[in-house]
Design a protein around this ligand. Structure first.
Ligand code: ADP
Ligand code: MG
Length: 771
């Protein structure tokens, strides 16, 4: 029995999914696998776990498990469901990569999909669960796809053992054919329950023209126009990356400043007056209040979040690289203004306070939670978001959506593995999803900053992630689950054969898979390639929660007391981007001077951390080690990070990952007796030499050779390197400590294409070149 508060009960009853409770529970009782489809906001994530709980699917000490592709959603949804059910977070809990609040009492567990995959590796049958829900299946994240494939088999196995497991797949858009029409995945097509949501009509407005470049500026102008001219209602803006989000937030806050203090004149509020009058009145009231408050209180700055780069946040990273900050304030408003003449001009307008909040996946959870709060009285809510607001989170009170039509994604070259962040058009399904966010509580409007002709050319659906990125980590995990013939695995959509071959080749090179016997025919070879068994080394590697090449480095580091260093290096390489972006445009002379001073300071520290001789040859990897060592030595303080241009959040994440990797290594190799030592001494010269071999072993396929002078055809090849995979030149990034050293042979962590192809994370190696 659940004791919900009456208010909560009332709120729940408004959700369309409540009407389907019986249908869903009957389908779950009769079928092992059920698909639930419903628009975002219809109540799938918050309600279906509660239905299952009330129907007893967590009895006998078992758990209802829900996977989310994003950490944000796992945390936020567990909190929301606990609150709705009036239960503690000891009962409704979450688990994400580094943290969680799961207890013995946990009955409903939200987790990221990676967490469930790890649990499957520990015990394939998932005995603690009576039901598993895969949420946001439409997002088609790689782990979601793999989990669905695995669970299709686990459900069958559990049925054989008379301990049935129920699988629910929950999805927003109705693209379920990959699940229902896929005989290999589900021989019996599972029933699909569609939740009719009470979606209010949303009027879609296309731009006549599509701006070529400046969609942020276009967003700014559109928000200004809406805010000045249209009735109350929240605004949700879709942009592509974190830096863009912050830039627009800053610009809007300056244009429509407000302070957090509540306006004093609450009594002149009349709830019954019709909308327009209320609107005018609240504006007057807010103006008065804001004018009084503006003089007294400092502006609230929400701009000081630092970035925490990690796999899950890739869509938000590197925005700074190409970010053009726009500081022009309202000067270009080509608006036909309303009756209030005072609304125009370049000055900040404190009479129309706008409550501007950023939202992106790496934002701290307490900051994210702000978007669920009603805005201060007399202000209008404006949330500037990345793609996260498209489906996983429902923000209350949104009436206007401004959609730039773009999304930022990491793009991998299939052959070379070179990655770049690309801003591309979204799919039609995504654009419609975004528009739908405006019609949750009343009829709304969506402003698309592109023409209807451009929309007509969009892809219908976004491609599943598995078709877009390297898959060696997945293949290793699957092999560790004894899935040898990966090619036969029931993927909702399989990765390309090229991607599978590339993954197996790398894993063979790393020694994680057994190389196939030589055969005459290429075809035969390729077929046996795709079913190589895992080696003992591969099994060890699979227990480390990092990419295979880094797992290999760990597995090699037992000797010479190198493990603590290897763990630190791998943690730092996995977290990526330890250093603040200092090449950003500055808003003022002062800031510019500050940035310059900091760049000099960071360059100096990097040289100190890199050292001389053998240690300098370890290059950027030595810098990582030195930076983490020095930061930990200082107690990992935000001040130390700030002074040395390090990202505090990255350092905190590295610390967590070091802890996790240390535990993982101790499990495989208890005699090592490792612990995370905050006062780790720098490695000795012989240890550095050994670390260089370890790094070269992990990055062996990422080898580049400096172009010899006789090959210098033109200037484009000055200081360039050549890799076996690419025809084009690649370069050492200016931020590297080896930028001036230009060693003949280097290995690199990755190549990222920005203005040029840059190698990042560079170390010098000694090689016998075989031309
Ligand atoms: P779905 O999973 O179908 O997209 P959800 O279950 O996430 O829908 O959300 C259902 C409703 O619950 C939303 O429309 C929203 O109004 C409300 N809701 C969800 N999370 C919160 C929260 N943290 N605070 C307030 N309301 C919330
Ligand atoms: Mg949901």
């Amino acid at each position: 029995p659940v004791n919900r508060t009456p208010e909560m009960q009332e709120e729940r009853l408004k959700l369309p999914i409540l009407a389907e409770e019986q249908a869903i529970m009957e389908a779950v009782a009769e079928h092992p696998i059920v698909i639930v489809c419903g628009e975002t906001g219809s109540g799938k994530t918050t309600q279906v776990p509660q239905f299952l709980y009330e129907a007893g699917y967590s009895s006998d000490n078992s758990i209802i498990g829900i996977t989310e592709p994003r950490r944000v959603a796992a945390v936020a949804m567990s909190q929301r469901v606990a609150k709705e059910m009036n239960l503690s977070q000891r009962v409704v809990s979450y688990q994400i990569r580094y943290e969680g609040n799961v207890t013995e009492e946990t009955r409903i567990k939200f987790m990221t999909d990676g967490v469930l995959l790890k649990e499957i590796q520990k015990d394939f049958l998932l005995p603690r669960y009576k039901v598993v829900l895969i949420d946001e299946a439409h997002e088609r994240s790689v782990y979601t796809d793999i989990l669905i494939g695995l669970l299709s088999r686990i459900v069958a196995l559990r049925a054989k053992r008379h301990m049935p497991l129920k699988l629910l797949i929950m999805s927003a858009t109705l693209r379920v054919e990959d699940f229902t029409q896929n005989q290999r995945l589900f021989p019996q097509p599972p029933p699909v329950i569609k939740v009719e949501s009470r979606q209010f009509p949303v009027t879609v407005h296309f731009n006549k023209r599509t701006p070529l470049e400046d969609y942020s500026g276009e967003c700014f102008r559109k928000v200004c126009k809406i805010h000045r001219m249209l009735p109350p209602g929240g605004i949700l803006v879709f942009l592509t990356g974190q830096a863009e989000v912050h830039a627009l937030c800053r610009r809007l806050r300056r244009a429509f400043p407000h302070t957090r203090r509540r306006p004093p004149e609450r009594e002149d509020r009349e709830d019954s007056v019709e909308e327009m009058r209320k609107f005018k009145k609240s504006r007057t009231r807010a103006r008065r209040a804001a004018a009084a408050a503006a003089a007294a209180l400092p502006q609230i700055s929400l701009d000081s979040y630092s970035v925490l780069p990690a796999g899950e946040g890739d869509e938000d990273r590197e925005a700074e690289m190409d970010e053009e900050e726009e500081e022009a304030l309202g000067s270009d408003l080509d608006l036909d203004l309303g009756d209030d003449g005072e609304d125009g001009g370049e000055q900040p307008d404190a009479s129309l306070p706008l409550h501007v909040l950023p939202l992106y996946s790496l934002l701290a959870p307490e900051k994210q939670a702000q978007v669920f709060q009603p805005p201060p009285e007399g202000t209008r809510l404006c949330v500037v978001a990345t793609n996260v607001a498209e489906t996983s989170l429902t923000i209350p009170g949104i009436k206007y959506v401004v959609d730039c039509g773009k999304v930022k994604k990491r793009h991998y070259d299939r052959v070379t593995g070179v990655s770049s962040f690309r801003v591309t058009w979204v799919s039609q399904a995504s654009a419609d999803q975004r528009a739908g966010r405006a019609g949750r509580t009343e009829p709304g409007h969506c402003y698309r900053l592109y023409s209807s002709a451009v929309f007509g050319d969009f892809e219908q659906f976004p491609p599943p992630e598995i078709s877009r990125r390297p898959v060696e980590d997945l293949i290793l995990q699957m092999k560790a689950l004894n899935i040898e013939k990966v090619i036969n695995f029931p993927f909702p959509m399989p990765p390309s054969v090229e991607a599978l071959v590339a993954a197996e080749e790398l894993l063979i090179a790393l020694g994680a898979l057994q190389a196939p016997q030589k055969t005459e025919s290429m075809k035969q070879l390729q077929r046996s390639r795709l079913s190589c068994p895992i080696t003992a080394l591969g099994r060890t590697m699979a227990t480390f929660p990092v990419a295979p090449r880094y797992a290999k480095m760990l597995a090699l580091s037992r000797q010479h007391g190198c493990l603590p260093y290897a763990i630190t290096i791998v943690a730092a390489m996995t977290v990526r981007e330890l250093f603040e972006e200092l090449d950003r445009p500055a808003a003022s002379e002062n800031e510019l001077a500050g940035l310059k001073a900091k760049r000099a300071r960071v360059a100096q520290m990097k040289r100190i951390w890199a050292g001389q001789g053998a240690s300098l040859k370890l290059g950027d990897i030595m810098v990582l080690l030195g930076a983490v060592g020095a930061c930990e030595y200082s107690g990992c303080s935000p001040q130390f990070c700030e002074a040395n241009g390090l990202r505090y959040k990255a350092m905190v994440e590295i610390r967590r990952l070091r802890g996790q990797l240390t535990t993982a290594v101790n499990t495989v190799c208890p005699e090592a007796g490792l612990f995370v030592d905050p006062k780790m001494q720098p490695p000795s010269e012989s240890q550095v030499t050994y670390l260089r071999q370890i790094v070269a072993a992990g990055l062996g396929d990422h080898l580049a050779r400096r172009v010899q002078s006789e090959d210098l055809l033109d200037d484009a090849w000055k200081n360039a390197y050549k890799t076996p995979l690419l025809d084009d030149p690649v370069f050492i990034h200016p931020s590297s400590v080896l930028f001036r050293e230009l060693p003949e042979f280097v290995v690199y962590q990755e190549i990222v294409e920005t203005t040029k192809m840059y190698m990042k994370g560079v170390s010098a190696v000694e090689v016998q070149w075989i031309p």
